[in-house]
Design a protein around this ligand. Structure first.
Ligand code: FUL
Length: 497
């Protein structure tokens, strides 16, 4: 453990020094002081790569699309699945132009119908008249994702209302692992495997004991870089609601011991906010549908969430240290509906307009202190646009201040703050202040946790300087970036707080 920590910090010390030489923002000096030691738990490489994705699509499309249900019974005829014009390239084109980074498809929902030909059931596309039984939605979507440069992910429901072996635990587990092997072996790289915890079996229903260690080992064996989602991880956790809203306080840590996916999860508040002293790094993912339902219902064509709502969700998910998994209920044609596609493009245009010009970039930045007096950890590292460099304080220091001077009074209505999360999530409380033309200082916003990205919105103000005050931290804080923006009209009117 000790050796490990040493090796890691001296390695990143060398990398930091080399970086210092290359970076214009953080002055090059000889490495006088080591970077902060990682504060465990810290993210695994696969979790870090996942968190960079920020925003990707969920697609709920299966038997329920054709029965107008949210939960099917598992007794539907395979022929009921009959898309008239399925085009996964259209899904990928929409997702790509919306700036999403991938698509996760309901390969099997609770009704057990498989969107790929499965050797373990006859409740699948191969048994339907669609494409004369030779259709494979996973094939079409994984190909489309590759073509459009998107990641491909799968949702596989452990609860299966069709499989007669469900409840006969070892036998069903064999089938489930077999299905996992099919979807993880035949469609190229999978970036996320989504295990749903829902189970509607009543007290007299079938009781299935899942073999989670085996399920997880199967994913690790076949797709070692894929993150596994469930209520409690092991890699990514549910955020505790289906509204897409993370806690204002949101730690990337929880303590999963004693819990299993689908068999009791930590209280929703814990999932929503994480635990400051959690034992494992299991960051949150916010899943939410762009319409009221997960599946397509023609009656909801007029209920696509508004742009203001979606912008609010962005701040409450990506802006609170989690990723946003936004669901698109693909319709009976097998297409993302026009209303949903149009709204997604509006959201993209708004985000691009709001976050295009970082007003803090390369402003004159000073700090109350910098680690070891070393410019490699100076204030400039938070405004150089390079997420690898960061402002840091000495070991033992848990508060400090970063100050930006604008060349002229500048209107701001939000800040974006980021920690160097590879060293662990540290900040507990912070505030943001403006200094007006007359030198008066006023508080603009305050927050608790930061993590990978924290967005704080406030009423627009003209400021000469902007101050980030770290008030409390679990260990010496790091700030990888401090950005400032001002939403242009008409988006300024869509303020979410
Ligand atoms: C839930 C499921 O029961 C819903 O049908 C939907 O798939 C949602 C994303 O997860 O647990």
């Amino acid at each position: 453990m000790h050796v490990h920590a040493l090796g890691r910090s001296s390695l990143s010390g060398l990398a930091g020094w080399l970086l210092g030489l290359l970076s214009a923002g953080c002055a090059a000096t000889a490495p006088a002081v080591a970077p902060p030691a990682p504060l465990e738990p810290t993210p695994h490489a696969r979790q870090r790569a996942w968190q960079e994705l920020e925003y990707y699509a969920f697609v709920h499309f299966s038997m329920n699309t054709f029965t107008d249900l949210e939960w099917g019974e598992g007794v539907e005829s395979p022929n009921t699945f009959a898309p008239s014009a399925l085009d996964c390239r259209q899904w990928a084109r929409v997702a790509k132009s919306a700036g999403m980074k991938g698509i996760i498809l309901t390969a099997k929902h609770h009704d057990g119908f498989c969107l790929w030909p499965s050797r373990f059931t006859t409740h699948d596309v191969a048994s339907s008249a669609w494409r004369n039984g030779s259709g494979d939605v996973l094939r079409e979507l994984s190909d489309a994702c590759r073509e459009f440069g998107l990641k491909f992910g799968v949702y596989l429901s452990p609860w299966d209302r069709n499989n007669p072996k469900y409840g006969d635990s070892p036998r069903y587990n064999d089938d489930f692992v077999g299905q996992l092997e099919e979807v993880l072996s035949n469609y190229g790289e999978v970036f996320e495997v989504w295990f749903d915890g829902a189970c509607g079996e009543g007290p007299n229903g079938k009781r299935q004991v899942y073999d989670w260690p085996r399920f997880v080992a199967t994913v690790r064996r076949l797709q070692p870089q894929a993150v596994i989602f469930s209520d409690v991880g092991p890699d990514i956790r549910w955020i505790g609601n289906e509204r897409g809203i993370a806690g204002e306080t949101c730690w990337s840590m929880i303590s999963p011991a004693g819990f299993e996916p689908g068999a009791g999860a930590p209280p929703q508040e814990v999932l929503n906010q994480g635990l400051e002293d959690g034992t494992h790094w299991i960051p949150g993912e916010c899943d939410v549908s762009i319409r009221p339902g997960w599946y397509y219902h023609a009656a909801q064509d007029g209920e696509v969430k508004s742009l203001a709502h979606l912008l609010g969700l962005w701040s409450a998910s990506v802006g609170r240290n989690t990723n946003l998994l936004l669901n698109l209920p693909v319709d009976r044609r097998g297409l993302v509906h026009e209303n949903d596609a149009a709204r997604l493009l509006e959201l993209r245009a708004a985000l691009d307009a709001i976050y295009s010009v970082d007003l803090a970039r390369n402003t004159r930045a000073t700090a109350s202190a910098q680690r070891g007096g070393d410019a490699r950890f100076g204030a400039a590292c938070a405004v150089d646009g390079d997420p690898r460099t960061y402002w840091a304080l000495d070991d033992g220091a848990t508060s400090g201040e970063l100050r930006l001077e604008f060349a002229q009074p500048t209107r701001v209505d939000r800040v974006v703050v980021a920690e160097a999360i590879e060293l662990g999530q540290r900040v507990r409380a912070f505030s943001v202040h403006g200094v007006g033309a007359g030198g008066d200082e006023f508080e603009l916003a305050r927050g608790t946790t930061v993590g990978r990205k924290r967005i704080l919105e406030f009423e627009p103000r003209d400021v000469r300087s902007l101050v980030l005050r770290i008030e409390s931290a679990r260990a010496c804080p790091t700030v990888a970036s401090f950005e400032a923006y001002c939403a242009p009209a008409p988006f300024s009117a869509l303020r979410t707080r």
